[in-house]
Design a protein around this ligand. Structure first.
Ligand SMILES: O=c1ccn([C@H]2C[C@H](O)[C@@H](COP(=O)(O)O)O2)c(=O)[nH]1
Length: 510
């Protein structure tokens, strides 16, 4: 996602205006690869590679498709900035819809993640026309329609790419390779916030006539694809509680040895899952996929289960309250109970909600604040148009910032340096008219984010939890509730837990 570049119109009184920063705005969705920080500080954060996030978004979008085979696509521009993600429309492949929505100029030199191969030959032609630099195929379904394959290098059976096509690409990781490993050799991510023209500098020159498409895959098979969703595992340093590094809520060990063992346990359980259960899940998935042409619901269910049972999704925080709800059949318009909702306030979610929450969760994994990872996703007309997570502002990196929360030492806290997830989602949206947009967040937005959402007329706010922010005094909390109320809050919200419901002011009746 790129922040809209400041329009450089020369105005007579420009000298009086605040000058734009000499460096481009910080884009939290990119990370510097040029000067890796010291290993000790690096272990403060574990973040999945952007490719994993975008590949998974494509899969999530495929869940929303209608038709015999799900298809989802995610488009990034040439600087690697997110443009949009969407599912197949009834008469249009997801990839084609993105190209038509955003135009070839936005796509040239860009990257397209495809969960399942587009089914029509017209779309393949369009992919060549788009001069994309990279197409990442996420093989959620193992079959590539013969029709669609026309004109492309022939694929040997078993789904591997021909050696020719693989030339120059890194060897694909096998089985249980961790994401860090798997990412080695992938094209370096651009450094923060560069404008497309700038970002192009140093990239290999496009051959005359364009059309240099590098076919790459997140992985050869679903197990590896799923394993790339797991955040990098760094052995925690003294500074890092286990909860930060391995994402196990409520399991913060005090001593180094405890942390170490907790991490070990987690790794072995992950391995167990990768090697045994995951194989089983994938086998089930493949079996069910055979049935997919007969029953699309089965495909959706299998895919969702596959995502669901990765360690992250089955963590305590995200555990479905009752798996039997998931096991029931559902389609685009059917309802099911929200896995994130507390038992006493089980909420109904539709497929877009599930995908919305999945996206907020995924992007929150990229958060630069290891204390609290917040994710936000903007959706308009069932298209994911932007996302954001809490990240440190321009010219500040997560390696040298204060992390303390103590209000008595305001200048040493992290807060002045953090841009909130919702702000980033809005700031980096390429769609500027957000009146019809809906926002998903994994935490209840704070008051300042509410102001921004109100300003942008985003009134459909769907959130997974009650407010977690510490408002020191009643006024602030009250103002927050009022703002929420005045907005005409349309989102679904969990009931406050007993602990907080007593202290929160009652909503006003208008
Ligand atoms: O609406 C919100 C509120 C807060 N955030 C971010 C800002 C910080 O990075 C964390 C809060 O940290 P604590 O340690 O829990 O105080 O969340 C946000 O993105 N959106």
């Amino acid at each position: 996602m790129e922040g809209s570049p400041a329009t450089k119109k020369s105005k007579p009184d420009q000298k009086k205006l605040p000058q734009p920063p000499s460096t481009p705005p910080h884009d939290p969705t990119t990370e510097s690869t040029s000067s890796p920080p010291p290993t000790e500080t690096k272990s403060l954060l574990s973040r999945p590679h952007k490719d994993s996030i975008h590949g998974t978004l494509a899969v999530a979008m495929a869940l929303l498709s209608e038709g015999p085979q799900g298809e989802g696509a995610v488009l990034l521009d040439q600087a690697g900035q997110f443009i949009a993600a969407r599912a197949r429309a009834p008469l249009m492949d997801a990839a084609a819809a993105l190209l038509y929505d955003h135009g070839l100029h936005a796509c040239a030199g860009g990257t397209l993640f495809l969960a399942n191969f587009p089914q029509t030959e017209d779309t393949i032609k369009l992919l060549f026309q788009a001069n994309l630099k990279r197409i990442v195929l996420v093989p959620v379904a193992m079959t590539v329609p013969q029709e669609a394959n026309k004109g492309l290098p022939a694929e040997p059976t078993g789904g591997t790419l021909p050696q020719e096509a693989n030339k120059g690409l890194p060897a694909e990781p096998t089985g249980e390779t961790l994401p860090q490993e798997a990412n080695k050799g992938l094209p370096a991510e651009p450094t923060g916030g560069t404008l497309p023209q700038e970002a192009n500098k140093g990239l290999p020159a496009e051959p005359a006539g364009g059309n240099q498409i590098i076919w790459s895959r997140l992985s050869r098979s679903s197990p590896t694809m799923v394993s790339t969703l797991i955040p990098e595992i760094n052995f925690p340093s003294e500074k890092t509680p286990v909860a930060d590094s391995i994402g196990t809520p409520g399991k913060v060990a005090e001593k180094r040895s405890d942390r170490w063992y907790a991490t070990q346990d987690w790794i072995s359980s992950m391995k167990l899952l990768t090697e045994d259960k995951m194989k089983q899940l994938v086998a089930d998935y493949e079996d069910m996929h055979q049935e997919a042409s007969k029953s699309f619901k089965a495909f959706q269910k299998a895919l969702l289960n596959l995502l669901w049972f990765t360690p992250d999704f089955s963590s305590e925080k995200l555990r479905p309250t009752d798996l039997k709800h998931l096991k029931s059949s559902f389609g685009r318009d059917s309802r099911l109970y929200g896995p994130w909702a507390a038992q006493e306030s089980c909420q109904e979610l539709d497929m877009m909600d599930i995908v919305g929450y999945l996206v907020t969760y995924l992007v929150s994994l990229r958060s630069e604040d290891s204390d609290r990872r917040v994710g936000a996703a903007l959706v308009q007309d069932d298209v994911l148009i932007s996302y954001g997570y809490n990240a440190f502002r321009s010219q500040a990196t997560h390696f040298d910032l204060p992390r303390t929360k103590k209000q008595s030492q305001q200048h040493t806290t992290k807060y002045p340096y953090v841009i909130h997830a919702e702000c980033n989602a809005v700031l980096f949206s390429k769609v500027t008219n957000l009146g019809e947009a809906r926002i998903y967040t994994n935490y209840f937005p704070c008051l300042s984010c509410f102001r921004i959402l109100e300003y942008k007329k985003i009134r459909d706010i769907r959130t997974q939890g009650i407010s977690k922010w510490n408002y020191d005094d009643y006024e602030k909390d009250f103002a927050h509730s009022q703002a929420e109320f005045q907005l005409g809050f349309t989102g679904r919200k969990e009931q406050p837990s007993r602990a907080t419901s007593d202290t929160r002011p009652k909503k006003l009746e208008l």
